[in-house]
Design a protein. Structure first.
Length: 311
C-alpha cells in the first residue's frame, strides 16, 4: 500500500513533537522502496518523512539510521564538509517498523553539466568524496553494514560477471575484456574504505559551488572507493573529472592506489551487467532490452578504442 502525502504528514507530526504541518508535497525524486514526502510546517521549516513500503526496506532503514547518527557526529566535528539526512524523530507503523523524519537539506540535485574544470564545484565534489573515503571503517561495521576486503570484493565482481555471462546476452568480446581485468591481481590491490555505494547526481545536493548534502546511505559499506567515482568518470566531461580527481587525491591521506581510475571505469561498465541482471531477475523485458542495447554500444566503443590504439 502506497501512503498518501497526507498520511505521511500525519506520521511526521507524530515523529516530531510540536510540528504543525501546513503543507505537504511529494519530492521531485523518490524511490520504489519508500513512501516519501516533504512536510512544510507553520514556520516554513521543511521536513522529509520516509516510510518503508515493505519489511526489507524497513530493515535497511534501521541500519541506515544507525549509520546516519554516526555520520551526523562527523558533520558536527567538521570531518564531513556536507550535511547528511540524520533523523530527528520516528513514528511507529501499524504493520511494524517505523517512519523517519529529518530536516530537508538545502540545495538542488547535482547537474553534471554544471561541472567545470578548476577550483569550483568539481573540486568541492572531489573533496566531499574523499572525506567519505577517509571516515573510519568502524562506522560502517558498527552499523551492521557489509565490509569487504579487496580479495572478497574482486570475487563479488567476478560472480556478477559469471552470472551475466550465463544469460547469453553479453557480447563475448566484452566478457573477455571484463575477465582479463578481473584476473589482473595488481589492479585489485587497494585499501577498502567507507563508500556511499549508490551515488548518482540525484543523491548529491549542491548550492553554488558547494556540495551541501549527500542522501540515501542505505547501500553504504566498506569496499572499493572506485565505486563512488565510477558514475563521474563515466558520465562527466573529462576536463571536469581531472579537477575532481586532483582535489580528491589532495584530500586523501596515504592514497597509494595507481589503479583507482581504472577500477572506477570498470565499475561503470559492470553497472550495465547489474542492470541486465536486475531485468532478468524481475523478468522485465524492457529493462533487459535497454541493458542489451547499452552493452552492445559499450562493446562497439571499447573495440574502437582497441583498434585506434593498435593503428
Amino acid at each position: 500500500m502506497v501512503r498518501s502525502p497526507l498520511a505521511l504528514a500525519a506520521l511526521a507530526t507524530v515523529a516530531v513533537p510540536g510540528l504543525d504541518a501546513f503543507d505537504v508535497r511529494r519530492p521531485a525524486q523518490h524511490g520504489s522502496d519508500f513512501d516519501t514526502a516533504v512536510v512544510i510546517d507553520a514556520h516554513r521549516n521543511r521536513w522529509v518523512v520516509r516510510a518503508p513500503q515493505h519489511a526489507a526496506a524497513g530493515a535497511a532503514l534501521e541500519a541506515e539510521i544507525v549509520l546516519l547518527g554516526m555520520l551526523a557526529a562527523e558533520v558536527e566535528r567538521g570531518t564531513l564538509p556536507f550535511a547528511v539526512p540524520a533523523p530527528v524523530g520516528f513514528a511507529h507503523l501499524p504493520e511494524g517498523g517505523r517512519a523517519a523524519v529529518h530536516s530537508e537539506i538545502p540545495g538542488e540535485p547535482l547537474r553534471l553539466d554544471r561541472l567545470a574544470p578548476g577550483p569550483g564545484l568539481a573540486a568541492d565534489l572531489g573533496r566531499a568524496l574523499a572525506a567519505v573515503h577517509e571516515l573510519p571503517t568502524s562506522l560502517v561495521e558498527n552499523a551492521g553494514l557489509p565490509a569487504y576486503d579487496a580479495g572478497e570484493y574482486r570475487k563479488r565482481r567476478q560472480a556478477e560477471v559469471d552470472e551475466a555471462a550465463r544469460t547469453g546476452k553479453v557480447p563475448p568480446t566484452l566478457l573477455r575484456r571484463w575477465e582479463d581485468r578481473l584476473e589482473d591481481v595488481a589492479l585489485w590491490r587497494f585499501r577498502p574504505t567507507v563508500i556511499h555505494g549508490d551515488l548518482t547526481s540525484e543523491r548529491v545536493l549542491v548550492r553554488g559551488d558547494k556540495v551541501t548534502g549527500i542522501l540515501h546511505w542505505g547501500d553504504a559499506c566498506v569496499a572499493d572507493p572506485a565505486d563512488d567515482l565510477a558514475w563521474l568518470l563515466v558520465v562527466a566531461h573529462p576536463d571536469s573529472t581531472d579537477s575532481i580527481m586532483e582535489a580528491y587525491q589532495l584530500r586523501r591521506t596515504e592514497l597509494t592506489d595507481p589503479h583507482l581510475a581504472d577500477r572506477a571505469l570498470l565499475a561503470g561498465e559492470l553497472a550495465l551487467a547489474r542492470w541486465l541482471l536486475y531485468g532478468v531477475r524481475t523478468q522485465d523485458a524492457e529493462i533487459i532490452d535497454d541493458a542489451v542495447a547499452m552493452l552492445e554500444d559499450l562493446d562497439a566503443h571499447t573495440r574502437d578504442e582497441v583498434e585506434s590504439l593498435m593503428a
